[in-house]
Design a protein around this ligand. Structure first.
Ligand SMILES: [Zn+2]
Length: 96
């Protein structure tokens, strides 16, 4: 995992703590702001593309890749860094 990804995880942990403070202080706006920030940061954590059988082609012969977040089909040839549908960062490293 790259340093950048590690820092983002630290940032998520930090903002989660700040969010807890905001909700303890009953700051609705603060809680909502940190919820939004944490959600945005989570999309920056690369999640492996999900491999599944493409049954539309017929049987279990072909794989297709789907976004782990919104389950839309991703084109493996384009290998977008981010899901074009929901913005989730995709990890294309196939370790299998
Ligand atoms: Zn998606």
């Amino acid at each position: 995992m790259s340093d950048e990804q590690t820092y983002i995880k630290f940032a998520i942990a930090d903002f989660s703590r700040v969010k807890e403070c905001a909700s303890a202080c009953k700051s609705m706006l603060g809680t909502q702001i940190f919820d939004a920030v944490i959600d945005a940061l989570k999309k920056e954590i690369a999640v492996p593309a999900q491999k599944e059988w493409d049954k539309s082609i017929g049987g279990e012969r072909f794989y297709r890749y789907v976004c782990p977040e919104c389950e839309n089909v991703l084109r493996p040839r384009s290998k977008f860094k981010y899901c074009p549908y929901c913005g989730q960062r995709i990890d294309w490293e196939d370790k299998s």
